[in-house]
Design a protein around this ligand. Sequence first.
Ligand code: 5GP
Ligand code: MG
Length: 185
Amino acid sequence: MPNEVSGLFSDLHSVLLDAASIQERVASMAAAVERDFAGKEITVIALMDGALFFVADLLRHIDLPMRIVTMSASSYNGTTKSSAEVRLPWPVGLDLRGQHVLVLDDILDTGLTLAAVMERVRREPVASLKSGVLLEKRRAHARDVAADYVGFEIEDEFVVGYGMDYAGKFRNLPCIGILRLEGEG
Ligand code: 5GP
Ligand code: MG
């Protein structure tokens, strides 16, 4: 009887990024953020739930004063993928006036999520605005959006682990992998 962890691994077809590679890259991204924001106070907007582990690891490497705000963006599809809309509940009382804002998400896929969040934040009188993602898929994004910090570029495949889920599971995998397809040995 396999334990829970080996059970998760055995559902993977392959490991795309192992835990050590992720940690190394996240630390170097943190160094870049720390350099760029030196002397400033940051307001981080972390997009839940996917970016949970990414922001937890990244932010603990950054030796600057910061506030951390979480938001949950959800997309609901219209008739086509590109007409999908993003719902973004705005935290009550959130004041971004004069703030140096860094929006963080797990993965840039169609770009709809990040574009919607950036558009919404830009309506506030922020001092500056940047964005970072752990992963960016090599594909045409539906929206013209580019993140300022990108951990890894990956092929257009569905990945799980390190915060990213399939049907709510696999977020607690320390690595990022591709799921085994139904019936695959
Ligand atoms: P976008 O709006 O850029 O298409 O998608 C961004 C969101 O879709 C991400 O924040 C993530 O929650 C989800 N997503 C996109 N690609 C993947 C993937 O390969 N695996 C998982 N688990 N989620 C993904
Ligand atoms: Mg997400």
